[in-house]
Design a protein. Structure first.
Length: 41
């Protein structure tokens, strides 16, 4: 079962996702964009 960690620029864990469900894709992308400070185009 894959586990993903989203680490912020400050080195702190911002999110942890255990496993992958296609339904989670939008949520994960939103978290990544927020961490990067990028708006969705």
């Amino acid at each position: 079962m894959p586990t993903s960690y989203l680490i912020g620029t400050d080195g702190k864990v911002r999110a942890v996702h255990v496993g992958f469900r296609l339904d989670d894709r939008e949520k994960i992308e939103k978290e990544i964009r927020a961490a990067l400070g990028v708006a969705r185009k």
